[in-house]
Write a protein that binds this ligand. Structure first.
Ligand code: BG6
Ligand code: MG
Length: 211
């Protein structure tokens, strides 16, 4: 087999929390009167909380102090966590769960590589607490995607080299991170259109024909 492990992005790949990120940022942006739409939101995929805020504030007129920015990011995270509270195992699609189980049955190790600091809470909500072999997330990195750090850490936790792992992403920043780290990648949505993607996919279960 080509790969020994697969490293999955979380938001927009394992579950649809990318939509909740959008809704929470939209609520925050509306509150401070800054224009924000789904196109701008696509630039936030894979990008850290504070860097996402900077992108949103590009459309604002006001200059915010570091302390005010911390408060805005915190406010968005509160809105986001309210939305996460309602998540259950029903928010994990059978397509994703069945594909993960089939990949594991092939002998592959499965890991998470996400910029989110809410990763472990989300996995618990959707019934995947303890499911993945290793988790690399926003709590163990300094640089977020397109820097490869989160994936390199995941490979290190697995005890494997980047060439032995494949990254699955929905974000352009994530595909770039994989490429810079020396990983092959499979892309969904926006990520499927990225020039550096190894395997563009239409749907998650396409992974079964890629590995
Ligand atoms: C990534 C999302 O997975 O996590 C980004 O694609 C998000 O949109 C980032 O900004 C950080 O998430 P969190 O939960 O730590 O604010
Ligand atoms: Mg994503």
């Amino acid at each position: 087999m080509r790969y020994k492990a697969i490293i999955f992005d979380l938001d927009g790949v394992i579950c649809s929390t990318d939509e909740y990120h959008y809704q929470a940022w939209k609520k925050m942006a509306d509150k401070i009167g800054v224009y924000f739409d789904r196109e701008i939101n696509n630039r936030l995929r894979g990008v850290s909380r504070m860097e996402s805020l900077e992108i949103i504030l590009e459309n604002g007129e006001k200059t915010y102090s570091e302390e005010e920015k911390e408060q805005l990011a915190e406010q968005k995270n509160e809105y986001y966590k309210e939305l996460l509270q309602n998540m259950t195992s029903e928010d994990l699609s059978s397509e994703v769960k069945d594909t993960l189980d089939a990949l594991r049955a092939k002998g592959l190790k499965l890991a998470i590589g996400s910029s989110s600091k809410n990763t472990k809470f989300i996995l618990k909500q959707i019934g995947l607490e303890g499911y993945f072999d290793k988790i690399s997330d926003g709590t163990n990195i300094v640089n977020s995607k397109p820097d490869p750090e989160v994936f390199l850490k995941a490979a290190q936790f697995l005890g494997l080299s980047p060439r032995e792992c494949m990254v699955v992403e929905d974000a352009e920043a994530g595909i770039k991170a994989a490429d810079r780290g020396g990983f092959e990648s499979a892309g969904l949505g926006e990520a499927a259109k990225c020039s550096q993607v190894t395997f563009p996919m239409d749907k998650f279960s396409d992974l079964l024909s890629v590995v």
